[in-house]
Design a protein around this ligand. Structure first.
Ligand SMILES: Cc1ncc(COP(=O)(O)O)c(C=O)c1O
Length: 408
C-alpha cells in the first residue's frame, strides 16, 4: 500500500540480500512494528491457541506448518532455522537438541530397512557408535573405508547398493580433508545420498550443499554456539529429505529447547569474528609449534606440511577453523604431563568455544582402541588435539611452551 502524502512511512525491516557476516547478525528474524524489539524474542510457550487453520493443518497432515505445539514448531526456533538455512544456502534448516540428534535424524532420513551406509574410517566416535551399535542390529550395515584412498572408496561403493555416504569436512583429530565434490559425484552415480558433518568448519568456511551434498549437519554445540554453554544440532537441505528429517524430529522428539535456540542465535551473531580470530590464533600457534624441538609433528590443514594442503585450499578456501593437532616427543605419558601443566588452555573435550580446549585422543575419543588400532587410525603416541579459542596468542604460546618445558 502506498503511504499517503505527509504520512510518516514505516521503516523497512525486510532482509535484503546480505553477505554471510551480516546474515549471522541479521538473518532469520527482523524487527517489526508489532513487537518493536531489537533482538529476537524468546517464546517459551509449549502450546498455542488452536484456530481453524491449525485444525485444518492437522487433518491434512501439515502439522509442521501450523501453530499447534512447540515440538513441531516454535517462533524462536523458526527464526534461528531461517538464519541457518540462509547461511548454508539451504531451502530449509531444522534444529535438534544436540548434534547427535541431528545426525540420527539425517541418517534415518536417508537409509532404508536393510540398507547400507559408507562412512570414513576416521569418524566422530558417537557417529561410529550410532552406525555400528544402534543401526547395525536393526539390519543397516556400515562399511568403513579410508577416504584418502579414492580407489578403495570406489571399490566399497561398488560392493552393493548404497543408501548413504557419510562424510566429515575435517576429521578428528588427524585433520584429514574430505573432497566433498568428488564424493558427491561418486555417491550420486550410485543413487546414494551424501551427508556432510561440517561441525569443524561452520557454514562460514564450507557450504557442502553447494558442493553437491544432499544434507549438511552440524553440532551447533561447537562453533555455531561458540561459548561451550549449550547443546544443539542442525540439519540443512531441501525437499522430501528435509520432510523426512522433520518426521524424525516430530516422532523421536529430539527438538531443541527455545532457550537454547535463543542462546544459539546470540552465539551465531559473533560467529564471523570468532572464526576469524580462532583461525588466526590457531595458525600462528601451529606455525610456532612446528619449529619447536619437542614437537614431532603438527597437523593443520593450512600449513604446507599437511599432506592435503592443496585439497584444503580448494575445499576450505577462506580458512579451516581453529582445530589442529600436534604430536609431542615422549608419547602419551608426556603429552598428559604437559596438558596437566597448562594454566590458560583447559583440559576438556568438545570444541569451537571462545576458550582454548585441549584433549588427548588416547584417553578420550580413541580410548577404547588398542595402541596398534590407534596407529592404524593415524593417532601417534603423544598426539594432542587443540580447539583454539580467542585468547592472546602470546598467552597461549607461553602456556604451551612452559608446559612443554616442565613436562620433559
Ligand atoms: C564432528 C562432530 N559431530 C557431531 C558431534 C556431536 O555433537 P553433540 O555433542 O552436540 O551431540 C560432535 C561432538 O563432539 C563432533 O565433534
Amino acid at each position: 500500500m502506498k503511504a499517503k502524502e505527509n504520512e510518516p512511512t514505516q521503516p523497512d525491516h525486510s532482509t535484503p540480500a546480505l553477505q554471510p557476516e551480516s546474515l549471522c547478525v541479521h538473518g532469520g528474524w527482523r524487527p517489526n512494528e508489532v513487537e518493536r524489539a531489537a533482538v529476537l524474542p524468546l517464546v517459551r510457550s509449549s502450546t498455542y491457541l488452536l484456530r481453524d487453520d491449525a485444525y485444518a493443518a492437522m487433518l491434512e497432515g501439515r502439522a509442521e506448518e501450523a501453530w499447534i505445539y512447540s515440538r513441531l514448531r516454535n517462533p524462536t526456533l523458526d527464526a534461528v532455522q531461517e538464519k541457518l538455512a540462509a547461511l548454508e544456502g539451504a531451502e530449509r534448516a531444522l534444529l535438534y537438541a544436540s548434534g547427535m540428534a541431528a545426525i540420527h535424524a539425517a541418517t534415518l532420513a536417508c537409509v532404508k530397512q536393510g540398507g547400507r551406509i559408507v562412512a570414513p574410517r576416521r569418524l566422530y566416535g558417537s557417529t561410529w557408535d550410532l552406525f555400528v551399535n544402534l543401526l547395525g542390529p536393526l539390519g543397516i550395515r556400515t562399511d568403513f573405508v579410508d577416504y584418502n584412498a579414492a580407489s578403495a572408496v570406489e571399490r566399497v561403493l561398488d560392493a552393493g547398493p548404497v543408501d548413504l555416504v557419510w562424510a566429515e569436512s575435517l576429521s578428528n583429530p588427524t585433520m584429514d580433508v574430505t573432497d566433498v565434490e568428488q564424493l558427491a559425484r561418486a555417491a550420486h552415480a550410485r543413487g546414494a545420498k551424501l551427508v556432510v558433518d561440517a561441525t569443524f568448519v561452520s557454514p562460514l568456511r564450507q557450504r557442502p550443499l553447494a558442493m553437491g551434498a544432499d544434507l549438511v549437519v552440524h553440532s551447533a554445540t561447537k562453533y555455531l554456539a561458540g561459548h561451550s554453554d549449550l547443546l544443539g544440532g542442525v540439519v540443512c537441505g531441501a525437499g522430501p529429505l528435509m520432510k523426512e528429517c522433520f518426521r524424525k524430529l516430530q516422532l523421536a522428539g529430539g527438538c531443541m529447547d527455545p532457550q537454547g535456540a535463543w542462546l544459539l542465535d546470540r552465539g551465531i551473531k559473533t560467529l564471523s569474528v570468532r572464526m576469524e580470530r580462532q583461525e588466526a590464533v590457531a595458525l600462528e600457534l601451529a606455525t610456532r609449534m612446528e619449529r619447536h624441538p619437542e614437537i614431532e609433528r603438527v597437523l593443520h590443514p593450512r600449513l604446507s606440511s599437511h599432506p592435503q594442503y592443496a585439497l584444503a585450499a580448494r575445499m576450505l578456501p577462506h580458512g579451516s577453523g581453529g582445530m589442529w593437532s600436534f604430536v609431542v616427543r615422549g608419547g602419551d605419558a608426556r603429552a598428559l604431563r604437559m596438558v596437566r601443566r597448562l594454566r590458560v588452555a583447559l583440559e576438556a573435550s568438545s570444541l569451537g568455544g571462545v576458550e582454548t580446549l585441549v584433549s588427548l585422543p588416547f584417553n578420550t575419543s580413541h580410548a577404547r582402541l588398542t595402541e596398534s588400532q590407534r596407529a592404524e587410525a593415524g593417532i601417534a603416541p603423544g598426539m594432542v588435539r587443540m580447539s583454539t579459542g580467542i585468547e592472546a596468542v602470546d598467552d597461549l604460546w607461553h602456556d604451551l611452551s612452559t608446559a612443554l618445558r616442565d613436562s620433559a
